[in-house]
Design a protein around this ligand. Sequence first.
Ligand code: P71
Length: 459
Amino acid sequence: MKPKTIIEPFKIKSVEPIKFTTREEREKLLIEAGYNPFLLRGDDVLIDLLTDSGTSAMSSKQWAGIMNGDEAYAGSKSYYRFEEAVNKITQMEHIIPTHQGRAAEKILFSIVGGEGKYFPNNTHFDTTRANIEFSGAVAEDLLTEVGKHPEERADFKGNMDVEKLEKFIKQKGVENIPLCMITVTNNSGGGQPVSMQNIREVKKVCEKYSIPLFLDACRFAENAYFIKLREKGYENKSVLEIAQEMFSYADGATMSAKKDALVNIGGFLAMNDDELAMQCSNLLIVTEGFPTYGGLAGRDLEAVAQGLEEVVDEHYLEYRIKSVEYLGNKIVDAGVPIIEPPGGHAIYIDAKRFLPNIAPDKYPGQAIVCELYLEGGVRAVEIGSVMFGKYDEKGKLIPAMMELVRLAIPRRVYTQSHIDYLIEIIIEVYKNRDKLNGYEITYEAPMLRHFTAKFKPLS
Ligand code: P71
């Protein structure tokens, strides 16, 4: 018999206490933070779901790797271990370490970007978009239609619309599209996976026009596991084989190792093109460091290498994907509206349906985020009009497309009982939703306002 209970596939060797606070204390702390959980001290948070990036718990073998790190400036042994581990998965010619994902993006788009250039993606993550736009180029999202409907269930809502891609290439001109990207899983669209068939079809179009295909690979293992679960023909393949096939269609990749390499810092750029790799390495030397450490310490490279071996373990991925799904399904059963189906690294609450009486200009997502903290010391992030809202010439808010609250689950950090606690808190907030009020912004920075904005509750 296969037991129904999925257990954490690890024992705990080192623990970090979490701090309990009372509701009265949290009310005071939230006022001091201007009702913006970004401005809380991490220590005042009981369950921190701000991000799954850089928040993983490392294994004993990763910590052992930290002690084994070779800090030679050039040609460090740890670099070669790192290169081998990345190569095993990506099978790419050139592996360039960077200190995190956006550093890889910055280098890549400084070289291939610029005025008049266009970069299609299923959905660009914020930092990718920012690096493309900073270079003067245009970032275009070509997500499949079903991916834009939170309440619709489909297996691969992260897919790119292949027809739109071909149209886009014809419209903008092949010579103006230095590369095409696919983000696996699609973070901005709810952590939804991309199918192998879609990657293959995108590759076919790219090949027809000789456009290189790059993967934004930070959650490649979660994507590969979804393919194993959901796509015909992959049920008996290993996650490593599936990942290798995903990368086999790509000419290059950027990766933030802070996600699926299970580390607290790190990233890389990988590619097959010799000339482009040479240019990237040269820029790396100016901005990050020598090509055998790229802004990291030797010990960090060891931890990435070990993490990449551990992340394709199917017991780990089963626990990972099932615990996010468990959280999603339990709150859906209680009526809480989320992006369906649950994603790989996070649950996205649909604040528009959760609080239909609070208009986007009164920030319903922020209301939920604040109440989650007050009710249970849980920190989540608004991904809606606080993050993406813009103003028209008259100063009126142009709301974001969706009003979401992201609950991102750090890897290997929380157990089933933490998740059960979380479910209880979310359902309690949902039951009391009629008592929630909207918010107004009392301070905002001219750019990326969500990080530092201050709010006032409306009564
Ligand atoms: C996430 C993050 C981390 C983050 C970044 C910026 C603002 C808030 C939080 C980072 C990603 C990502 C994808 C698909 C590239 C990066 C950048 N995500 N691509 O979701 O999800 O990586 O942070 O290592 O520079 O919380 P980097």
